[in-house]
Ligand binder design. Structure first.
Ligand code: SF4
Length: 413
């Protein structure tokens, strides 16, 4: 099989992994080296199904000894198979980089022979790029769950980011769909990476990149099982707390040919993925506890409105909030108030009292926010009205262009 045919198969097979955003690495170009993983992240591309990916995003091979029911590359799947030689991936990365097609490599693989053997192959690609070719561009390596501690540590020495996929929010779902995988084992792999980052981070030489400087991430497939958003967010929250993950990615399940009849025949809605990302942001940057985002009666996030507005409508006793007096924590709870807008409000109000028109100048969406705030010249009129939820027009959400949550683009949330 020629190289372009392999590339066609192995780039296509890699598109289902959403955990590929590449920001937060600061690997500078070395003298005589090639490339530079810029602090702001590398350039991104968009797959036909609308996901944001960083090129070159490929699998080393789509052969796999495992049989995860939701995966197109599982052993029982009848798809064309291919495998790159290590040198082919190295040459492709360097060649594409020189041609300015890419600024980094995202490399994953099916499991071949054994978990450790697979990991060794991935590491060798990164080692050759970094050591033999002095490649300073971005590298994201997928960690094979259950790989030995030594190999995961080795991976983090060459890669900007190492990620091990948690796949499902519960062990029960893994047992059903990916019986070879165990949460205990996956989280043990994450712990090895977390501990190595702590250990080697402190010891890094000045001017040299730290151990996996872009941190570790993971991915959960959503919509392949009946797992609720409560369960999914609780798992994400646990992983942020226990494993110090930089990011949890959610990947809406896509039906695959000849799949297990227990799997849904329709794709999970991308809007659900989007709402989970919004809820994830509320936990990480807005001070929300995971238990505030859903209720025992409503265990899934509503799809027609964002989770912060949903929380505000459920907790009206928390409002109205005076934008000229409230704490930063309280301001962050107002629908439509993003982190940047709140920080600007805190600066501006030292000089004068903000009016409603000032919020509009900060590009805060007043159709949502005005019902929850007091300004120098306005008070909410409908806060206690039963019709308030119906009066707030649903926000248009553009899906299919970016997997990046809307608030990452607008700063308004
Ligand atoms: S181990 Fe990875 S590549 Fe193999 S079947 Fe499972 S999800 Fe697919």
């Amino acid at each position: 099989m020629d190289l372009s045919a392999k590339l066609h198969i192995l780039a296509d097979a890699a598109k289902y992994d959403a955990a590929c955003a590449s920001s937060e690495s600061r690997r500078a170009r070395l003298p005589g080296g090639l490339g530079n993983a810029a602090p702001g992240g590398i350039c991104h591309s968009f797959t036909p199904d609308g996901r944001c990916v960083s090129l070159l995003k490929i699998l080393l091979t789509n052969y796999c000894i495992y049989d995860c029911a939701y995966c197109i590359n599982r052993i029982s799947s009848d798809v064309p198979r291919a495998r790159f030689a290590i040198e082919e991936v190295v040459d492709l990365t360097l060649e594409f980089y020189r041609r300015n097609y890419i600024e980094g490599l995202f490399l994953s693989s099916g499991i071949i022979q054994s978990v450790d053997y697979t990991m060794e192959q991935l590491i060798e690609v990164a080692r050759q790029l970094r050591v033999d070719h002095k490649f300073c561009g971005y590298i994201h390596l997928k960690g094979a769950p259950g790989a030995s501690r030594e190999l995961l540590v080795e991976a983090g020495k060459y890669a900007d980011r190492v990620s091990v996929n948690i796949e499902m929010s519960s062990q029960g779902d893994l047992d059903r769909l990916a019986p070879a995988k165990q949460h205990r084992q996956i989280e043990e792999s994450m712990s090895h990476i977390r501990n190595a980052a702590l250990e080697f981070g402190d010891r890094s030489t000045p001017g040299q990149p730290k151990f996996a400087p872009a941190g570790q991430t993971t991915q959960m497939v959503i919509g392949a099982t009946p797992a609720s958003d409560t369960e999914i967010l609780a798992k994400a929250s646990d992983l942020y707390r226990d494993q110090k993950l930089r990011r949890v990615y959610f990947s809406a399940f896509c039906p695959i040919p000849d799949s297990d009849p227990e799997l849904p025949s329709r794709p999970a809605p991308l809007i659900r993925e989007h709402r989970l990302y919004q809820a994830d942001w509320l936990m990480r940057f807005y001070g929300f506890d995971v238990k505030e985002l859903t209720t025992p009666e409503e265990q899934d996030l509503p799809l027609h409105r964002d989770p912060k507005l949903t929380w505000a409508l459920r907790n009206r006793e928390f409002f109205p909030i005076d934008v000229n007096q409230a704490s930063r924590e309280a301001l962050l709870r107002i629908p439509g108030f993003g982190v940047r807008a709140v920080d600007r409000i805190l600066r501006i109000r030292k000089h004068y009292r903000l009016r409603e028109s000032d919020l509009a100048k900060l590009r805060i969406p007043l159709n949502r926010a005005r019902h929850f705030v007091v300004t120098a010249d306005s008070r909410p009129l409908l806060l206690d009205s039963r019709t308030l939820a119906a009066r707030i027009a649903p926000q248009p959400v553009q899906l299919g262009l970016f997997s990046v949550p809307q608030q990452e683009l607008t700063g308004q949330f």
